[in-house]
Design a protein around this ligand. Structure first.
Ligand SMILES: *[C@@H]1O[C@H](CO)[C@@H](O)[C@H](O)[C@H]1NC(C)=O
Ligand SMILES: *[C@@H]1O[C@H](CO)[C@@H](O)[C@H](O)[C@H]1NC(C)=O
Ligand SMILES: *[C@@H]1O[C@H](CO)[C@@H](O)[C@H](O)[C@H]1NC(C)=O
Ligand SMILES: *[C@@H]1O[C@H](CO)[C@@H](O)[C@H](O)[C@H]1NC(C)=O
Ligand SMILES: CC(=O)N[C@H]1CO[C@H](CO)[C@@H](O)[C@@H]1O
Length: 219
């Protein structure tokens, strides 16, 4: 009777090995699923170095590290930054840069279909809540989504980043703030720059926006 017992023991051992190997494989798979990329990792893997440099230059880094927050990040390509008017002026003022970055981020994780179904022909509110800024959403007959008065389109859609979504866009969304280039250090009642968009241009009231600019000094 010893021989069959040994066979059974060997079989049980083999089975245990296979089960262990199987659960090891499953374990490492679920581990990969359970540790999602943070938005900053996704931005980095997409090569969006100018946007990341802009984020680094402000105190907004932690906003892009969380995997539990749920945001939609409209992340402009490096080429989009090259095409941005006054880009060196913008990067020279951390407050202006922060105003810009907060305007590219929306609360809630939105896929392209969410953006269309919830916000078509209206505006989606951004994290630039101090200025109460929205991004206008239009959809072309062929389905292309246009964002903001800059008419940015999404070039890489629905990148999942923790609980957030990254939508890569081909133009930087310029905040519709009258004295945007001067940054938030400016006295709110200062006369607007001649080149700044008017309410008629943007379809957004800039009067209330400029008067509610934060007076924080970014040293
Ligand atoms: C942003 O800062 C982090 C460290 O704070 C650094 O590792 C990273 O290379 C920086 N990225 C860019 C694009 O400057
Ligand atoms: C911003 O760019 C426009 C167009 O290139 C230019 O006319 C204007 O002088 C620039 N303003 C600043 C403050 O750099
Ligand atoms: C983004 O994801 C949504 C929801 O899964 C999907 O309906 C939509 O087609 C996706 N957009 C693109 C451009 O892949
Ligand atoms: C949608 O139409 C616009 C012009 O109206 C065009 O520039 C764009 O390439 C089209 N996109 C697709 C995906 O067909
Ligand atoms: C799952 C989750 O955290 N959902 C939240 C995402 O953000 C929106 C908007 O801020 C909240 O309403 C959801 O509760």
């Amino acid at each position: 009777m010893r021989f069959p017992v040994l066979v059974v023991a060997v079989l049980l051992l083999l089975q245990a090995c296979f089960t262990a190997a199987e659960s090891f494989a499953l374990g490492s798979l679920s581990e990969r699923v359970a540790v999602p990329n943070s938005p900053s990792e996704v931005l980095e893997s997409q090569g969006l170095t100018t946007f990341l440099k802009a984020v680094n230059q402000t105190g907004l880094g932690p906003l892009f590290e969380g995997i539990n927050d749920n945001f939609t990040i409209f992340a402009p390509t490096n080429e989009a930054f090259q095409d941005l008017n006054n880009v060196s002026t913008i990067f020279a003022n951390s407050g202006t840069l922060e105003t810009l970055i907060l305007y590219q981020v929306v609360p809630g994780a939105l896929t392209t279909s969410d953006i269309v179904s919830q916000f078509e022909k209206s505006g989606v509110g951004t994290l630039n809540s101090a200025n109460n800024l929205e991004i206008l959403v239009f959809v072309r007959p062929n389905g292309t989504i246009l964002l903001g008065t800059d008419e940015a389109s999404i070039v890489t859609a629905n990148l999942s980043a923790g609980n957030s979504v990254v939508q890569v866009i081909d133009r930087v969304l310029v905040p519709p703030v009258t004295n945007f280039l001067l940054g938030p250090t400016v006295i709110p009642s200062a006369p607007s720059a001649p080149s700044a968009p008017t309410a008629a241009d943007t379809g957004v009231s800039t009067t209330s926006i400029s008067s509610s600019l934060p007076q924080t000094t970014f040293a």
